[in-house]
Design a protein. Sequence first.
Length: 273
Amino acid sequence: ISYDGWSSLFNESVELSKIRLGENKAVDDSCQLKIGDKVEVYWGSSWYQATIQEIKICHTKVSYKHYDQSWDTWIPNDHIRSVGNPSYDKSCSIAECIGGLYKHRLFGDVNIHVSSASFFDLHRCILAARCSRLHEILNNSLDQQDIRIEDISSDLFELLLEYIYTASTNLSAMEAVSLCKVAASKYPVDGLTEYCLQAIGNASSPDDILEAYLEHENDESTLPSKLYHDLEQALLDKIKDKFKSIAESHLFRELDKNHIISLVQKFANRFES
């Protein structure tokens, strides 16, 4: 091995039992992975389907499904998990079964490309049934397996997919505000705006809450008045609940006078009403 920051004079041979990976896992020869195995690889913030091409002690070379050989790469072994063959569980709910189709990318029939991201092996019937906008897009592209969408960011589209398939997704306050507006203006999904409002109520990061409030206040998009009011009330309630920690945050200290006056005025109006 060679040591980061040290010259080649310090290169040496080391027993396998004295080497460990990211999570303090000792490296040994008991690895169950084999060349040709179908696996999932963690890259960026998502898991991708791949096939093992070569195996070394600490890294494995994989090729990605739907990508050509130029994307083949070496991946740390602790970023790889076995796929296995998901078994049918007759006791699972409809939501769990549909979520399993998305998680394992089973029986997909359409790929959707958003910005530089691609979402493979999705299901036309599920997307169309859950979202009227996707129903329209898919209905106009019945003869295409690959569809490109330009009016939503890839990050928000991934959150939208998770909610479509599972009726849940982890959201920060900022993500909840952004996704709520997307659902109201472009991609309506039953229950999503209510879920986003609930996620704001569960937010805990002071900077995240304040950033979400500022994003909402500065937004010039046209939202239904009730939704705009509901978003503002949810954010103000959370600011009130976390005001001490928010007031001590770096972002709050950088607010200009107009934003602070506006915030104080809104709290005053609430007390008056």
